[in-house]
Design a protein around this ligand. Structure first.
Ligand SMILES: CC(C)(COP(=O)(O)OP(=O)(O)OC[C@H]1O[C@@H](n2cnc3c(N)ncnc32)[C@H](O)[C@@H]1OP(=O)(O)O)[C@@H](O)C(=O)NCCC(=O)NCCS
Length: 159
């Protein structure tokens, strides 16, 4: 899949496509207002992946004091396993710097094996188990981390 483009998330242009993917990907999807709030939060960066002008994936992450926190990542079902998420996750991973923000973190539901395997394939390791991690969901989460200096070995479709 060679025509994926990563762009900054634009509410007017991309929100509709993002909401469709979100609703088909999660039991407790973010609402329209939540996407707008995160988009306009100063600490959040947001990107979409486009294929032939169609939104096929997105990533939101927050810059915290010492790390980047993935807050949302999803890919449309018919484009999964095409390296769309791999392209998106390179954004925070490639910004890591020693002595500054040097870790990318995410919290993945215990039963979300696909996401765990995705982050593992990107070089993340499980660092913690967090009980009652999410609102609405009575389920533990795995905290997965990637640290500055670890090898990034993600195959790119953009080159
Ligand atoms: C998790 C998710 C974002 C992965 O997106 P993706 O674009 O399909 O991932 P990629 O194609 O970049 O996968 C890269 C590698 O990760 C691993 N991987 C990804 N999905 C996998 C799966 N379902 N099963 C096993 N390994 C998987 C594979 O090693 C894959 O490489 P390969 O296809 O050459 O074997 C996608 O499945 C998704 O949108 N899930 C629903 C939302 C979600 O759970 N988000 C994460 C929590 S916020």
């Amino acid at each position: 899949m060679g025509r994926v483009k990563i762009r900054s998330f634009n509410v007017d242009k991309h929100l509709c496509g993002v909401l469709q993917i979100e609703e088909n990907s999660f039991d407790y999807p973010w609402t329209n207002d939540e996407f707008k709030t995160y988009k306009y939060s100063r600490s959040t960066s947001s990107f979409v992946a486009e294929y032939d002008d169609r939104v096929v994936g997105y990533l939101f992450y927050e810059a915290r004091a010492h790390h980047y926190q993935i807050s949302n990542l999803a890919v449309v079902k018919d484009k999964r396993r095409s390296r769309v998420a791999s392209e998106l996750i390179l954004r925070p991973m490639s910004k890591l710097a020693a002595g500054r923000r040097d870790i990318v973190k995410t919290h993945i539901r215990e039963d979300n094996l696909a996401a765990q395997l995705f982050f593992k394939a990107c070089g993340f390791i499980m660092s913690n188990i967090i009980r009652q991690c999410f609102d609405h969901i009575d389920e533990s989460a795995y905290e997965m981390v990637f640290r500055h200096g670890w090898p990034i070995d993600i195959k790119s479709n953009l080159s």
